[in-house]
Ligand binder design. Structure first.
Ligand SMILES: Nc1ncnc2c1ncn2[C@@H]1O[C@H](COP(=O)(O)OP(=O)(O)O)[C@@H](O)[C@H]1O
Ligand SMILES: [Mg+2]
Length: 418
């Protein structure tokens, strides 16, 4: 297979790295890619959907895989399919499950999927009335894609006006605050059937102990112990299958990666949001744990038939620690020289690149999340130690990272009988 990967982040580097180990893959292209992806793929500067389709046609690409949400919402899958090119991802209409929080919430209600109580409002006055109804804490969600900056948990009344002004667009979702552990549950779908990936847990806040503003994700771990067998069944039966079934019923089948962001509450799993693609950095941890040929399941999903297809996994848990640039998640400084990647990889870790660029000074920072240090171990504790040991060998000015990725898992497992 000749494969084209759309995107330029750590998620796409991890996908490229895994696909490079697939026997059925003969060549990988990436648009636009990044310096890390360039180690395993040919990177081509194509930014628009038309340019990317031209690359797929000129290079006789057999299968295209889309990393980020923006091109999905903009209709890349519709365009490729119309041109007869196989592609993994949802159509623009199906990607509204991520692209519009209001659409997504209304859909969950129609499907009977457990989610937080909510109200969609279109003015500040309506919003204030809704806040009175819900009390505090309460959650505000901008309707449209916001690259992780569209949600604010409002702890008390005094913060409400400021947050409302920040997020109020043409539509705002106001919802009930839920308590529990968050879990990322991702499946690959051919439209009807779901092939689940392993559960992961992301770390959104920038500082240790889940403090500070939210980011795109500061780290993630992947461990089968994140979900018990009955929780897993509940998620498949009450969330994933009803979602896929209703999409089919509404003549809007969902193909590609369906990501359920879940809160595991005392009353069972509830959906915080759907995403229409793989998570970042969850994918780095997932690709590290996956074994076998990932290209075949992807091709089967694009063909619309996942029956009889399986995913294979190593037993060892994996973890990804994000090394971020100075200022992230605010305004970041770029151009800082990165050293130590080879030394870090000598420990057995793999360093996925996200915000990097080549310069005359060598590899430098070029974005907020710079690198994802990814490792696995016999148990979660060992995986964590290996990742941090490798991270210690990397340097760039202003580098910061969380020191507690995976710690919530350790705490939970310590409280459980083995
Ligand atoms: N109803 C809720 N109750 C408690 N926390 C929430 C709720 N909805 C969202 N959050 C928190 O806000 C984060 C971001 O919300 P999410 O709906 O995932 O939007 P996005 O990923 O688009 O920013 C979640 O990961 C979760 O930590
Ligand atoms: Mg989210």
């Amino acid at each position: 297979l000749k494969v084209l990967l759309i995107g330029s982040g750590g998620r796409e580097h991890a996908l490229a790295w895994r696909l490079a180990q697939s026997h059925s893959v003969e060549k990988i292209y990436a648009t636009p890619g990044n310096p890390g992806i360039a180690n395993v793929a040919e990177c081509i500067q194509a930014q628009t959907i038309e340019d990317q389709l031209a690359v797929a046609e000129a290079r006789k690409v057999d299968l295209t895989i889309v990393g980020p949400e923006a091109p999905l919402v903009a209709g890349i899958v519709d365009r490729f399919r119309a041109a007869g090119k196989a592609i993994v991802g949802p159509t623009a209409a199906a990607a509204r499950l991520e692209g519009s929080k209001a659409f997504s919430k209304d859909f969950m209600v129609r499907a009977g999927i457990p989610t937080a109580r909510y109200r969609t409002v279109t003015s500040i006055e309506e919003a204030r009335a809704a806040l009175e109804e819900f009390g505090f804490p309460v959650v505000l969600k901008a309707d449209a894609l916001a690259a992780g900056k569209g949600v604010i948990v409002v702890r008390e009344r005094a913060e409400a006006n400021h947050s409302l002004r920040l997020l109020m667009g043409s539509k705002l979702v106001i919802e009930e605050f839920l308590e529990g552990e968050e879990v990322s549950f991702i499946v690959l779908s051919d439209g009807r059937t779901a092939l689940p990936l392993q559960p992961t847990q992301d770390h959104k806040a920038v500082f240790d102990g889940d403090r500070g503003p939210n980011t795109g994700g500061m780290g993630a771990y992947c461990d089968s112990r994140i979900l018990g067998a009955s929780e897993y069944r509940q998620i498949m039966d009450a969330v994933i299958q009803p979602a896929l079934d209703l999409m089919v019923h509404e003549a809007n089948p969902f193909t590609g990666f369906l990501y359920a962001g879940l809160m595991m509450t005392r009353n069972g799993p509830k959906v915080l949001e759907f995403n229409a693609r793989l998570g970042d950095p969850e994918t780095q941890a997932l690709m590290f744990r996956m074994s076998g040929d990932f290209a075949s399941p992807l091709a089967a999903a694009a063909r619309g038939d996942l029956s009889g297809v399986n995913l294979e996994w190593h037993a060892e848990p994996s973890i990804c620690v994000v090394l971020a640039a100075r200022g992230y998640p605010g305004e970041v400084r770029t151009g800082d020289i990165i050293t130590g990647i080879d030394e870090a990889e000598e420990t057995g870790a793999v360093i996925f690149q996200a915000g990097t660029r080549n310069s005359e000074k060598g590899l430098v920072t070029s974005g907020g999340r710079v690198l994802g240090v990814t490792a696995s171990g016999a148990d979660l504790r060992t995986a964590i130690d290996k990742a941090y040991h490798a991270a210690g060998r990397i340097h760039f000015a202003g580098m910061h990272f969380r020191t507690d990725i995976g710690a919530r898992g350790l705490k939970r497992y310590a409280a459980e009988p083995v």
